[in-house]
Ligand binder design. Structure first.
Ligand code: SAH
Length: 213
């Protein structure tokens, strides 16, 4: 099977699983996932599964990327904050669907590799930082959308504070030893509303910037 054929099969599977937003499906179709993987994993780029990347982390499963992006309800005026750049794949999917993406990663190695990919793909509206995502990016707040791609025990206060009124946050939260649920948090003048969306499995959101050798 060719890469293109596998990709079309993946898009069809995502559509069958309820991802209907054409812009989201197009972003996935146009983004070469193999570019975000090391060579041993490239043949599996269009299988619908999470795969290992450097620093013991993972690139998210395409369905979960599509689902989270769909539920963010992006438009070209949105300023988006992403916590957990990882490979940069989710960032690359967000980039064509919004005005600007600010993305934070705690591993410098991953941030650098992602930066190269953003350059190669010509993603001009992505700004990155190595830092602790728990703190958000106060200098750039408020954000219309916030997407967290690592699981926290509770919504970090700084992120809630940095969500604009009318904004949407998608975040996986731990709900027990092996259980995580994806939540959508919306903010209006009166406060925050939480909706449970989907059981998921993400790597943990870890405090502080990673020490690397
Ligand atoms: N969106 C990524 C998924 C990467 S996995 C992708 O598509 O590839 C989650 C990432 O969150 C990991 O790279 C991990 O290092 C990062 N992470 C975990 N805790 C963090 C924190 N406190 N601040 C910033 N990044 C964090």
């Amino acid at each position: 099977m060719t890469e293109d054929y596998r990709k079309i099969e993946l898009i069809m599977a995502l559509r069958n699983q309820g991802i209907r937003d054409q812009a989201v499906l197009e972003a996935i179709e146009r983004t070469p996932r193999e570019m975000f993987l090391s060579s041993p994993f490239q043949p599996m780029a269009y299988a619908d599964q999470a795969l290992p990347i450097a620093c013991g982390q993972t690139i998210s499963q395409p369905y979960v990327v599509a689902f989270m992006t769909d539920r963010l309800k992006l438009n070209d005026r949105c300023k988006v904050l992403e916590i957990g750049t990882g490979s940069g794949y989710q960032t690359a999917i967000l980039s064509p669907l919004c005005r600007r993406v600010y993305t934070i990663e705690r591993y410098r190695t991953l941030a650098k590799e992602a930066e190269e990919r953003f350059k190669t793909l010509g993603l001009a509206n992505v700004t990155q930082m190595v830092g602790d995502g728990h703190k958000g990016w106060p200098q750039q707040a408020p954000f219309d959308r916030i997407i967290v791609t690592a699981a926290a025990s509770e919504v970090p206060k700084a992120l809630a504070d940095q969500l604009a009124i009318g904004g949407i946050m998608i975040i996986p939260l731990e709900e027990g030893p092996m259980a995580q649920e994806l939540y959508r948090i919306t903010r209006d003048e009166t406060g925050f509303t939480r909706e449970r969306l989907l059981p998921v499995r993400f790597v943990p959101l870890v405090e502080g910037v990673a020490r690397e050798t």
